[in-house]
Structure formats: structure tokens, C-alpha cells
Design a protein around this ligand. Sequence first.
Ligand SMILES: [Zn+2]
Length: 330
Amino acid sequence: MSKLENHFETEDELAIGVDLGGSKIGIALVKKNGEIEKYIKIPTHAEQGQESTINRIKQGIYQVIEQKDLRINKISGIGIGAPGPVDYKEGVIHCAPNLPGWKEVPLANIVKDEFQIPVIMENDANVAAWGEKTFGVARGIDDMVCLAMGTGIGAGLILSGKIYHGKNNLAGEIGHIIVNKEGPRCNCGNYGCLEAYSSAAGIKNRLYSKINKLKADNQTPPFISDLDDISLVQIFKMAREGNEVVKDIVEEAIEYLGIGIATVINILNPEMIVLVGGLANEGDKLLNPLKEIIYKRAMSSHLPDLKIVFGKLGDYAGVIGAAALFWNYV
Ligand SMILES: [Zn+2]
């Protein structure tokens, strides 16, 4: 086989992107222009243990390759976006709150041993940021913060065109900015973190507390069914529909989110803030009040050229961003 065939450095070049989540694994064959050639989504079944999940990842990768009838040596590599802190140099997942039992897992090497092609692994927020920079809304932007809002709140930082990792690969823990010294307890053990107010888990916890307080005061709380299964999008909808208890908590969630983002803007002076995750569907209904708070709270000198936008890659940000680790990644 010629060298050219091995490296395949043309527009036809492909990479595989793996988006490892707590409940689903997305796997895609992605072209160098960011188009998805083939995409599958399989359950993680984290409860079946680490080995089972890793086997599912391997089988999923074989599935996207076989369906395209491609030989593995024509693919640049496999990019993986993983939850929790990741040592990107060693390809190790330190721990992952949504994957019970995963501690110091050398996933990149495990996958590399199986397929014998390069594997790069990054934290999922970094992957989303890199995807938006390479193929999404932040093309050509060298200083940006990609805020991933879901169960928790994390961020991928792109500074001077590169992913910023920090000394121990822990940079971007924006969810743990303390926005109120007397605020509710956060999963990290501290009090008053942004995540305790504005993440899905934080908002739900606050709803539970509020409902319990109303009950203790012999007041009738508003009917909210299955709080455990309710999504952030549904909670925002209830607030819009006028549910007073939900409305107060959601308004506060947006206010603290704005304060947290203003803090990040003051520190990093980014050109763009990209919001990704379930709330992207809220559009201007979220963006307008959020911008109002950010503009009020951040230093005015940061604001003239600042763009605050939703990501463009949607549900595919993880797989496209993971594949994009093979292109222009630094
Ligand atoms: Zn915290």
C-alpha cells in the first residue's frame, strides 16, 4: 500500500468521533468538511459495568466502519469525547460521575489496541468547543468559551486558538464559580456554586426544597408530576406558562448564570460565548434575559465585540467535535 493511501490526506479524509455519555454513546464517521457520513446511537448501559460499555464502544466503531465498507487504515483516527476530567495526553478518564466505577480508565489505549490507529481523547466540554470552533458557530474564533449546560454546567475553553486544559486538566469548571456564599450545597461539597442554581440538577433540587417548604408551611405546592424525570426544557416551559414557584427559581437560575458568565468574561475577555446543551432550543426566550444580565454585570469594556450565541452542531456536537480532534487540533 502506498503512503498516500495510508494517510489519505485529501478532502475525502475521514475520522471517527465517539461521544461517550452516561446514557447514550454516539459514534460517527465524519468527513474532513464536518459532514457526517454515518451515525449510530447506542445505549451506554453504564449499570452493566465498565467492560461491557467499552465492548459496546468497540462494536459500535466496527459497525460504522463495516457499514461504509471501509478499511480501518483509511481513517485518520478515532476521537473520543468523555465525561469528567480526562488526561488528554495519556488518554485516561480520571473519573466520570455518570459512569459509576470508572476510575483512571486508559480508554484511548484500549481503543487504540483494538483498531491500531491513532486515538485522541478529550473531556466532552472541550470536544464540544472544538467542534463548534472547527465546524460550527465559532469558525475562525480563537478566544471562546463553550458552555455546556445539562445535569451540570461545564465549559470548554479555547484560548489563542488552543484548548486550554490547565495543569491537571481541570480548567473550565465554570459550574463551580461561587455566586452566593450562603447558597445551597453543591455536589462538589461547596456552597452556592453556579451549578447549584442553574444546572438541571440544581434547579430540580431547589424545586424540591421549595415544595417541601410550602408543605411544611401548610401551603399547597403547585402540581409538578415526576420531578425526577422532568427535563430542563420542560421546567423552563412551566415557568413560561406561569407556574409561580417554577418561575421564581428559573428566573434566579438565569440571573446567576448571567453573573457566572459575566465573571468568566471579565477574566478571559473572550470574543464569543457559545451555549450548548438541552437549553439551546429555548432560543431568544433564554438568550434575551441572559444577555441583559451579562451586559449589566460584565465590565463594559469587554462588551462591544462580544458575541453570545447558541452552538450550531446540536446533538452532533460531540461526535463531530471528537472527529475534529484529528484536524487542526493543537
Ligand atoms: Zn460546586
